[in-house]
Design a protein around this ligand. Structure first.
Ligand code: ATP
Length: 133
């Protein structure tokens, strides 16, 4: 696997993907970072965002909901709360989740603001990632 990276995305719901790729770009909590084969090992946290990877001429997109990235010279391992490949995103479900969260935010008083805004952020990002398929 010289000059390749094994990209693994794992969530509590199961293995989302395990592929040999050429390049990975992640939404780190401190900003976006790219990984090429041979990268120095590091460990970092991720935010709600889009992971992009290149395989030959193809670029693919994955929704990632928080978590960690473990980088080794020949491997990128993502441990996320949830994640979906762009083609597996159910856009109607994301729109419904966004509507529910927005309704909750309108009710003001008792609402868990952080939870509702995270839900909106997940929905918006899922819709953006689905558009890139
Ligand atoms: P919902 O309110 O629709 O469940 P959520 O953001 O609360 O959305 P998560 O807790 O992030 O959902 O994920 C729960 C499970 O459902 C995970 O397996 C995740 O991959 C899957 N999932 C959630 N939303 C979608 C979607 N729009 N399309 C495909 N799978 C989804």
């Amino acid at each position: 696997m010289e000059n390749k990276l094994l990209l693994e995305v794992v969530t509590p719901y199961g293995l989302v993907l395990s592929e040999e790729v050429d390049e990975v770009v992640c939404a780190g909590s401190e900003g976006e970072f790219g990984v090429l084969p041979g990268h120095v090992p590091f460990f970092t946290t991720l935010k709600i965002g889009m992971l992009t990877y290149k395989k030959g001429n193809a670029t693919r997109y994955v929704f990632v909901n928080w978590g960690y990235a473990e980088v080794e010279p020949d491997k990128v391992r993502i441990l996320a709360d949830s994640a979906e490949k762009s083609e597996d995103i159910d856009v109607e479900r994301a729109k419904a989740a966004m509507k529910r969260a927005e309704e909750r935010l309108k009710q003001a008083a008792d609402v868990d603001f952080t939870r509702a805004t995270s839900s909106v952020e997940r929905s918006v990002t899922r819709i953006q990632v689905a558009e890139r398929r």
